[in-house]
Design a protein around this ligand. Structure first.
Ligand code: F6R
Length: 243
């Protein structure tokens, strides 16, 4: 595991965007696994800026997102589909037919999950997976206690995660209770993994993930077993790490 220490959120975003750019430059038809949430927003902004300057070309890139709320339509501003379109897809020259996000409106969970796994394997697997880190150590929506063997599955979101995501919704009741997420097994098959972490409130989770025991209670701790993980974290997030 490599830990890249960044000064602040802006520096973290630029460093992560640099790693993703290198991937796109080295393999223009690469498959990127993408995350939503607050942390990667600055990374996407930086990628868009470099695209606009003519330094990046997304025309052959494929993207596969980690997760989507269940029961939320693509047009709903709370959907991860909407988020990705707004923050990245509509601002670069990506071919939308090569962007994949679990179908939150597919009621048949078995079908939705199997279909998503088929997409990942049809694309030839993920070259670089970008992840954020939840306060409880989750990655994707893989909540504490989930078997590391899980592939794409339906999750009942914990109250802690619903609370953390409440900031995006008008009130608590509107926060979805379920989501489709890629499982740890699907994530661990990515060739390279980049995790962005920012803020003091993530320091404990980061410490448990990189220096704690490998346990399903801290889903991100499984990343210690992957052979190409880079964690890009700002000073506050690193504050509890041993030097
Ligand atoms: C998002 C995702 C989640 C977030 C995590 C951190 O697609 O899968 O695991 O990465 O909840 O969220 P933020 O960045 O909002 O703190």
């Amino acid at each position: 595991m490599k830990i890249v220490r960044a000064k602040d959120y802006y520096d973290m975003s630029r460093k992560a965007a640099n790693i993703i750019s290198a991937q796109i430059i080295m393999k223009p038809d690469c498959v990127l696994g993408l995350a939503t949430g607050s942390t990667p927003i600055g990374t996407y902004e930086q990628l868009v800026e470099w695209y606009k300057k003519g330094d990046l070309d997304f025309s052959s890139v494929t993207t596969i997102n980690l997760d989507e709320y269940r029961g939320v339509t693509k047009e709903d501003p709370h959907s991860y589909y909407y988020f990705m379109r707004e923050k990245l897809f509509s601002q670069v020259n990506i071919d939308l037919s090569r962007t994949y996000i679990p179908d939150g409106m597919d009621d048949d969970a078995q079908h939705a999950c199997r279909f998503y796994e088929e997409i990942i394997s049809r694309c030839g697997g993920i070259d670089l997976q970008l992840l954020g880190l939840g306060h409880n150590g989750h990655i994707g929506f893989n909540e504490p206690g989930t078997a590391f063997e899980a592939r794409t599955h339906l999750v009942n979101l914990t109250e802690a995660t619903r609370k953390a995501n409440q900031r995006f919704f008008a009130d608590d009741e509107n926060v979805p209770r379920q989501a489709y997420t890629m499982g740890i097994k699907s994530i661990m098959q990515a060739k390279k993994i980049v995790v962005v972490v920012s803020g003091k409130d993530k320091a404990e989770a980061l410490c448990a993930a990189v220096q704690g025991e490998i346990t399903p209670n801290v889903q991100a701790s499984v990343l210690q077993l992957h052979n190409d993980v880079t964690i890009v974290a700002d000073q506050e997030a690193c504050s509890l790490l041993e030097v």
